[in-house]
Design a protein around this ligand. Structure first.
Ligand code: SAH
Length: 263
């Protein structure tokens, strides 16, 4: 493994995975330990932050729905400034940096400043969610497409998605940041022709000790997410594939309330 890939004054955007430190890549672990400074998101678990070297700086740029502690331009500027000061910079992000991770902005800012920037991929929340539930994102002959979609509307706007495309019955939807909009998502998908009986899987805190797995149908999605706190990350997975092995999945279920685990 090359150990000369992190020169002083360079930046790595590193995927921290869904939270369980065992789901970090070996490369991510090595880069985190080698960094002089780590800028991390709110969704990066404490056990992963323990891998930062003693004496290295750790700076929370914690972005979480409704609580954006630093805006994106400030984060871009902080990363660039640290690299230009000659530090080895890790920008640690939940899941995979390339999926709803503002990676394009940070890469552009680094390149514009002449800073070497590279990306270390991570396990995305959708993969962790179905793994925990013992199921799959695709299903041979049934779910041939996988759509990663965010249901987070920008401040002051309504959710503007191509509902007709999303309603296609052969597609699994992995919905990020979808808790608050769950009722709208279900209603719009059904209005666009998706069956109300479509299986849904909700996984809260996937891969973490406080993980919860909730199963139901599209018609009950709004109800299924009701008890989830805004502070807990949740993946909504919609589609036939998530019911590929219901008996196994049921055995794995942790109900949040009696009666909502299986529709
Ligand atoms: N880059 C990340 C996604 C960032 S968007 C990735 O690839 O996973 C943040 C959203 O991801 C959260 O609102 C939630 O929908 C989802 N998410 C991230 N970590 C999660 C986890 N451990 N469990 C469930 N959902 C998670």
């Amino acid at each position: 493994m090359p150990h000369d890939d992190f020169p002083a004054g360079s930046v790595w955007l590193v995927g921290a995975g869904p939270g369980d430190p065992d789901l970090l890549t070996r490369k991510a672990e090595r880069l985190i330990a080698a960094a002089d400074v780590v800028f991390y998101d709110a969704l990066v678990g404490p056990c992963i932050l323990d891998l930062i070297a003693h004496g290295a700086e750790r700076i929370s740029v914690g972005k979480r729905s409704g609580r954006h502690s630093k805006d994106q331009r400030t984060i871009d500027a902080l990363i660039v400034a640290a690299a230009l000061a000659g530090k080895r910079v890790v920008r640690l992000k939940g899941g995979d940096p390339a999926i709803f991770g503002r990676t394009a902005e940070e890469v552009t800012a680094c390149r514009a400043a002449g800073v070497l920037v590279r990306i270390c991929p991570g396990i995305t929340a959708a993969s962790a969610a179905v793994a925990s539930a013992g199921t799959s994102l695709t299903l041979r002959g049934v779910a041939r497409r996988l759509t990663l979609v965010t249901a987070h509307a920008q401040a002051g706007t309504t959710l503007d998605l191509d509902w007709t495309a999303l309603a296609a019955s052969d597609s699994t939807l992995a919905i990020y940041m979808g808790r608050a909009a769950a009722a709208t998502v279900a209603q719009q998908l059904v209005a666009a022709g998706r069956s109300p009986d479509t299986p849904v899987l909700v996984v809260v805190n996937a891969s973490l000790p406080n993980e919860r797995i909730i199963r139901g149908r599209l018609s009950s999605l709004a109800f299924l997410v009701e008890a989830i706190s805004a502070h807990d990350p949740a993946m909504l997975i919609v589609g036939e594939a998530v019911e590929a092995d219901p008996a196994f999945a049921r055995a794995q279920c942790t109900p949040i309330r009696a009666g909502v685990t299986v529709a």
